[in-house]
Design a binder for this molecule. Structure first.
Ligand SMILES: Cc1cc2nc3c(=O)[nH]c(=O)nc-3n(C[C@H](O)[C@H](O)[C@H](O)COP(=O)(O)O)c2cc1C
Length: 174
C-alpha cells in the first residue's frame, strides 16, 4: 500500500482508475446536430423505476446537448469497439463525421445511436445537477436493446476485454 498523497486531479484519476469499468458512448441531438462522448462513469441507480446515471464534463458539447434535448442514449461498447471509444473521446472533434447516422427506437428520430454497440439504453433526463467540474445526469430508461458479446473494459487508463470465466451466474442477479 503506497503512502497517502494529496488528492490532486491526476492522483484522483489514477486511483479511481483501479476500479475496472465498461465503456459507453453517451449520444444526444442538439437541434439537428448529433453529439457523443465516451464515458466510464455509467452506473445503474434504480430498477423500479429504471434509472441510471452518468457524469459529464461541464461545458462539453454532449453535456449541453443532453441537458437541452432532455433525452439521450447510452451505447455500451463491445470489446472490438476501442476505435469508437477513442473517436468519441477526442476533444473538439466532429465525433459522428463519417459514421452512418442511426436513431434509437424511442420517439421519432430523437436520439442518435452508435451502430453495432453491445447495448443501447434510451433515456429521458429525470434530473441533473452540478457536482464539482461535472454534471450528474440521471436518466429514466425508456427503451433498451442488447446483443451477446464481450464488453470493452477500461482499467488503469487502458482498454481491455472481459471474458466470462465460466463461473456460475451470481444467483441473486439473474
Ligand atoms: C475511457 C474513457 C472514459 C471517459 N469517461 C468520461 C466520463 O465519464 N465523463 C466525462 O465527462 N468524460 C469522460 N471521458 C472524456 C470524454 O470522452 C472527452 O473529454 C470528450 O469526449 C471530449 O469531447 P468534447 O469535444 O465534447 O469536449 C472519458 C474518456 C475515455 C477515453
Amino acid at each position: 500500500m503506497s503512502a497517502p498523497t494529496s488528492v490532486d486531479p491526476l492522483t484522483m484519476r489514477r486511483t479511481i482508475g483501479r476500479f475496472a469499468t465498461g465503456v459507453a458512448v453517451v449520444t444526444a441531438l442538439d437541434g439537428d446536430e448529433p453529439h457523443g462522448m465516451t464515458v466510464n462513469s455509467l452506473t445503474s441507480v434504480s430498477l423500479e423505476p429504471p434509472l441510471l446515471l452518468v457524469c459529464l464534463t461541464t461545458g462539453a458539447r454532449t453535456t449541453d446537448a443532453v441537458v437541452r434535448a432532455g433525452r439521450f442514449a447510452v451505447n455500451v461498447l463491445g470489446a472490438r469497439q476501442e476505435e469508437i471509444a477513442l473517436r468519441f473521446a477526442r476533444r473538439g472533434a466532429d465525433h459522428f463525421d463519417g459514421l452512418p447516422l442511426r436513431y434509437g427506437d424511442h420517439g421519432e428520430h430523437e436520439v442518435p445511436v452508435v451502430p453495432d454497440a453491445l447495448a443501447h439504453l434510451e433515456c429521458t433526463v429525470d434530473r441533473h445537477f452540478e457536482a464539482g467540474d461535472h454534471v450528474v445526469v440521471i436518466g429514466h430508461v425508456r427503451q433498451v436493446c442488447d446483443r451477446p458479446g464481450a464488453p470493452l473494459a477500461f482499467l488503469g487508463g487502458r482498454f481491455g476485454d472481459l471474458t466470462e470465466r465460466g463461473s456460475e451466474p451470481v444467483h441473486w442477479f439473474f
